[in-house]
Ligand binder design. Structure first.
Ligand SMILES: CC(C)(COP(=O)(O)OP(=O)(O)OC[C@H]1O[C@@H](n2cnc3c(N)ncnc32)[C@H](O)[C@@H]1OP(=O)(O)O)[C@@H](O)C(=O)NCCC(=O)NCCS
Length: 352
């Protein structure tokens, strides 16, 4: 089925790069996190040898002719394949996320398919702001990696964005490759964590509450959007937030201090025992703690929780048993998306 040509071998620097973390110069705790990730991944690799991303691997010694790969939009049946692939990588995508992005833009999933129309890989891209496209979740089926499928998806991405600014979430291993393609501006660095909810995660409740935490309803949507627009320095993320923060399995709250909105937070129940914190923004860590108290009260003991924390924020003691899993760097081509990073704590990979 696949036309195969040219003997080809390459060595990929699969390991996470401590040097990149150290370039920041000021993040002693990042070095510790890197060490933890290495230990965690080496544990994973014992269970799943194919997942050991730290070793140098030689790519497959043959290539699929790029012409045999078709680029097309996503179909209903592809969502299942996409989710299977992302789950294998330990990413936190859910069906809800996919459908939200597809509602925003039905052409947001670019699919690379073989000549029998079976998907081999995916990349997500959509217009985040009028001048900026967001892209992420570049993924290729393991058995087809190192044969040009990713490159073909990236070519389709470049065609799709045209003259717009591109903002992309890169995992550590791809930063260098993206730099080579001219994606040079680096902004938010974040770290994903995963762990089990214990009573210790929920025990921080204080009597000196600084704010009122109110579940999101229609009449406070404008408060949430106003706060988000402060964090994003005047930009509006309304379209995607309206798709992301409401739904059967989504819980979103807004915090008010002295009658004024001081933060908000959201999580999603991915399945019976898996929860993902999507976003928690707040004026300070006290507000963020109170939002977490409120949200964690709705997550059962023993559930698996995933979240993505900005790399310059300390992991709160309630999550001290959680393991760091993936380090991610936001990169863009023409300009950085400016944010009030003091107010950003927990973020979501799937949109800027
Ligand atoms: C990253 C991934 C999508 C690349 O797809 P692929 O089909 O194997 O890649 P290709 O053979 O087309 O190579 C595309 C480019 O990516 C680079 N690349 C591919 N895999 C890489 C890896 N694991 N580490 C570093 N660079 C890699 C290649 O060097 C190549 O760059 P070049 O064009 O400058 O030579 C694929 O390895 C994958 O699905 N990985 C797991 C998910 C992941 O890490 N996604 C990245 C999220 S941003």
């Amino acid at each position: 089925m696949y036309r195969i040509f040219s003997h080809f071998s390459r060595s990929f620097p699969f390991h996470l790069k401590p040097k990149l973390l150290n370039q920041e110069g000021n993040h002693g705790h990042l070095r510790k996190v890197y060490k933890k990730i290495s230990v965690f991944q080496s544990g994973l690799s014992k269970l799943h040898p194919k997942r050991d991303t730290r070793i140098h691997q030689t790519a497959k010694s043959f290539h699929i002719i790029p012409d045999a790969i078709n680029i097309r939009h996503c179909r209903e049946a592809d969502i299942k394949t996409f989710l299977q692939l992302t789950r294998k990588e330990g990413w936190d995508n859910t069906e809800f996320d996919c459908r939200a992005v597809l509602k925003l833009d039905s052409s947001s999933f670019i699919v690379a398919a073989d000549d029998a129309d079976t998907p081999l890989g995916f990349i997500v891209v959509f217009d985040m702001f009028s001048d900026t496209c967001y892209s992420g979740q570049l993924i290729v089926k393991d058995a087809f990696r190192g044969r040009g499928v990713g490159r073909k998806l990236l070519t389709a991405l470049w065609e799709r964005i045209g003259e717009k600014n591109l903002c992309i979430y890169s995992t550590e291993n791809l930063i260098e490759s993206y730099r080579k393609q001219g994606i040079l501006l680096e902004s938010i660095r974040s770290i994903a964590y995963r762990g089990i909810i214990t009573s210790g995660c929920k025990e921080l409740k204080t009597n000196e509450n600084e704010c009122d935490i109110v579940p999101l309803t229609d009449h406070i949507w404008h408060d949430l959007l106003a706060y988000d627009s402060i964090v994003y320095k005047g930009k509006s993320r309304e379209k995607i937030l309206r798709l992301w923060f409401v739904g059967e399995y989504v819980y979103t709250v807004v915090a008010f201090s002295k009658g004024k909105v001081s933060g908000y937070g959201s999580f999603i129940k991915a399945d019976d025992n898996q929860y993902i914190i999507r976003t928690v923004f707040g004026d300070n860590s006290k507000v963020v703690d109170e939002i977490l108290d409120n949200m964690l009260a709705r997550i059962p003991l023993g559930a698996m929780l995933t979240f993505v924390l900005l790399a310059d924020k300390e992991v709160p003691s309630r999550f001290s048993g959680f393991e760091p899993t993936i380090v991610t760097q936001t990169m863009s081509t023409k300009f950085k998306i400016e944010t009030e990073s003091d107010k950003m704590f927990y973020i979501c990979y799937h949109f800027v």
